[in-house]
Ligand binder design. Structure first.
Ligand SMILES: [Zn+2]
Length: 331
């Protein structure tokens, strides 16, 4: 089964490795994602997020520019295996040539420092999707408050008051005009509704699950799922245990299983329709034990979806067709 994944943090891991003097190759490594494992997992397209941590990294714009360089350096080393896509037809060309595809995305709208000129520059460099925030307030918007790092405490208190700032609204318009897909993962609840009210095109939550099954504020409420779906958007199933189930808070069982992921898929489909469900692994950005221990293991999820009663055409929709529909429309 072909795979299209809307989010991973692999490039940030490779970049951190470089900075610490331990080079990591995209071809073969110990991370969740490398080209060999992608091939084994039957990948069609992977979004590579340029993840910038405003609390840890150097200057945010400098960071994203370095990350983009790492992205191109790595992808361009293996032209037989993978190619960068900026348009839908680039992906079709890669497919015809038997190559996988890589899409450049940014996780932290703050890298633009509130200046649309830098947003346009990122577009020119190939960025085609961007989260407005990560877990920090920036010039554009407020995130949902995410306390701590790995051991989160339920219940969460999502931010329903503070959404997009004036510059965030300017960015939304410019992103839609350019063709940079708006990604609401990490954004506050208020911000989600600001995006919904102030955009016309489909938008995505690249790596978020359903809050009804797991009350983490990184997940979407049923109302948000319906609104995202109504607009033609997709949410990418996140494999992180913290976003799959609240059980980890109770039992301290920190394991992500394909059963839990499939249950999330079922809830998303029951709430927003089958067309709003996609994949957004968050590989190389998540901790804890994963049944999908790397990206070659996707057939385990395929089998579990089948076991839980999803039809073949529905599994295809979740694995790649829904996201490709959005890309075809917007890129
Ligand atoms: Zn994230």
């Amino acid at each position: 089964m072909k795979v299209v994944d809307m989010h991973c943090d692999t490039m940030a891991e490779i970049w951190y490795g470089l900075r610490e003097g331990r080079p990591i190759s995209l071809l073969k490594n110990n991370l969740h994602i490398d080209l060999g494992k992608m091939k084994k997992g039957d990948y069609l397209l992977q979004n590579f997020a340029m993840f910038v941590n405003l609390g840890r990294d150097m200057d945010s714009l400098e960071s994203v520019l370095q990350l983009i360089d790492v992205f191109y350096q790595e992808i361009e080393k293996y032209p037989e295996q993978i190619g960068v896509v900026k348009t839908y037809s680039d992906m079709e060309k890669n497919m015809a040539a038997g190559r996988m595809s890589a899409m450049l995305t940014v996780e932290e709208g703050g890298v633009c420092k509130g200046n649309p000129a830098y947003l346009r520059d990122l577009y020119r460099l190939g960025v085609r999707m961007m989260t407005l925030t990560w877990n920090f307030e920036n010039e554009l918007a407020f995130p949902n408050d995410v306390p701590g790092d790995t051991c989160q405490v339920f219940p969460f208190f999502p931010n329903k008051e503070k959404g997009l700032k004036k510059k965030g609204l300017v960015f939304l318009e410019e992103m839609e005009r350019l063709g940079i897909i708006v990604d609401v993962s990490h954004l506050s609840d208020a911000g989600f509704y600001d995006v919904y009210r102030n955009t016309k095109k489909p938008f995505v939550a690249s790596h978020s699950n359903a809050r009804a099954l797991c009350g983490h504020c990184r997940n979407l409420t049923d109302d948000m799922i319906r609104k995202l779906a109504e607009r033609g958007g997709v949410t990418g199933l996140n494999y992180c245990a913290s976003f799959l189930t609240e059980r980890i808070a109770i039992d301290d069982i920190c394991k992500s299983t394909v059963e839990l992921i499939a249950k999330q898929a079922r809830h998303l489909a029951n709430t927003g329709g089958m067309a709003c469900v996609g994949l957004g692994s968050d590989f190389d950005g998540i901790l804890g034990e994963l049944e999908l221990s790397d990206c070659s293991k996707l057939p385990l999820l395929e089998a579990e979806l089948r076991k839980q009663g999803f039809h073949e055409s529905e599994i295809e929709a979740i694995f790649y067709k829904n996201v490709l529909r959005v890309y075809k429309e917007l890129l």
